[in-house]
Design a protein around this ligand. Structure first.
Ligand code: CU
Length: 428
């Protein structure tokens, strides 16, 4: 930090009468300078002005247009060279009133300022250039932006040549649409032989609470506006006192499975295996996941509304009750990872004293199988089929592995199932 003391700075500012009062020298110039017209664009996503330098004539009229092509709000404040430290200090103490005052505090040394422009907005301001020649910096005073959003207005003597505006020489890192570039679509699909495996936040199609025995419960949160980087609030009248006050806008926690592994074997077979409960949660046919509601609408990146993908197709199996492999005394299972084994993901987890490996064996037709083996072959695995699954699930032990045969059965409709018109799938 520079060590200007405020009194000294003020003395410096008020001690420059040539700028504040019209100069007789320039007033005597025979020809009025032409109006300088300049457009300054904010580079999208870069927190920078595209124009970093422009020239004007001392005492001349200036018409400056700021165009905000960025996703954040910005302004443009032109100031006397020595005024910046006091201006920044004042902005930093503005707090909530900053937004109302466009982050332009009442300090000496401001030559001209735009409003705080929201994304896609523009503003034309007209002002008279200072009479005093010199370099006048311009910055965005939205807190923090001045580090990268700055340029210089050069005030030249009447009659001096004005050079063309200078554009930013910074290499701008454009935001890449990595998803699009990867060839992945918002409705990804694997094939029967080569499954597509994705860690994702998965929907909960109405599983009972016992299934999620080891899950935390999502908390409601205050709504946040990424554009202004502020929590949002609304005015509300206190019923007891009749006093109006600001209350935070609260968004409800989304219901979903945070540690899900979603696997797709083509249009005919998909499932979600949960790395928190270490078990198969549900199986469906007729498509995979529609990620538009989670990733944002394709193409581009519109902001999503629900933060969970939708299930395309129809459910044929839903887990119920406590983990059928666990003893009552077992602590929470611990996920140890998965690897591709024989073309299928094999999930590995610790349950009590056992370390287990589990595979879901897909089938394009009715029914499928799940195979669980223990890394300690002497362990006996017992599958306690929940009563509601007894008509669909058969468990047997064969060659040291526990084998479940599951028959398809229609599962109830649920809001996380995509509408039929969305079930047309695109190959990646
Ligand atoms: Cu800015």
């Amino acid at each position: 930090m520079r060590s200007h003391s405020t009194p000294r700075l003020l003395a410096l500012l008020v001690g420059l009468p040539a700028f504040i009062q019209p100069s007789t020298h320039f007033a005597a110039a025979p020809k009025a300078p032409e109006t300088s017209k300049i457009s300054i664009r904010v580079i999208s996503g870069a927190v920078r002005y595209e124009t970093t330098r422009f020239d004007v004539t001392a005492g001349g009229a200036v018409e400056l247009t700021l165009i905000n092509d960025c996703i954040l709000p910005h302004n443009l404040v032109i100031l006397r060279p020595e005024a910046e430290p006091a201006l920044i200090a004042a902005v930093n103490t503005m707090g909530l009133e900053g937004m109302e005052k466009n982050f332009v505090p009442s300090v000496l040394g401001i030559v001209a300022a735009t409003k705080l422009l929201q994304p896609t907005k523009k503003e034309l301001i007209s002002f008279t250039a200072p009479q005093e020649e010199g370099d006048y910096p311009y910055i965005c005073t939205f807190p923090g932006h001045w580090f990268t959003m700055r340029g210089v207005m050069r005030v030249k003597a009447a009659g001096a040549k004005l050079e063309a505006a200078q554009k930013s020489t910074e290499t701008i890192t454009q935001v890449q649409d990595a998803l699009k570039n990867s060839g992945m679509t918002h409705k990804p699909l694997g094939t029967f032989e080569k499954p597509f495996v994705m860690r994702t936040f998965a929907p909960d199609p109405g599983l009972d609470a016992a299934v999620f025995a080891h899950h935390g419960v999502g908390k409601n949160a205050v709504k946040y506006d990424p554009a202004t980087r502020m929590d949002l609030s609304k005015k509300e009248t206190d019923p007891a006192t009749g006093v109006e006050r600001e209350v935070p806008i609260v968004v409800k926690a989304e219901k979903g499975v945070a540690g899900a592994i979603a696997v797709n074997h083509g249009p005919e077979f998909s499932y979600v295996w949960d790395s928190t409960e270490c078990r198969l949660l549900y199986v469906w046919r007729g498509g995979f996941l529609d990620m538009n509601t989670y990733w944002g609408k394709e193409p581009g990146s519109g902001r999503p509304k629900m933060y969970i993908p939708l299930i395309m197709g129809h459910l044929v199996y839903r887990a119920s009750g406590p983990m059928p492999l666990a003893e009552d005394s077992d602590p929470a299972p611990i996920f140890l990872g998965y690897k591709m084994e024989g073309g299928l993901p094999e999930f590995r987890y610790r349950l009590g004293t056992k370390i287990l490996r589990e595979k879901v064996l897909p089938s394009a037709k009715d029914g499928f199988e799940v195979r669980v083996i223990s890394e300690t072959p002497s362990d006996t695995l017992r599958w306690k089929t929940p009563p509601v699954e007894r008509d669909a699930v058969q468990a047997r032990v064969a060659n040291g592995a526990l084998l479940l045969s599951v028959k398809d059965r229609p599962e109830p409709e649920h809001p996380v199932l995509a509408q039929p018109e969305n079930t047309k799938t695109k190959q990646p």
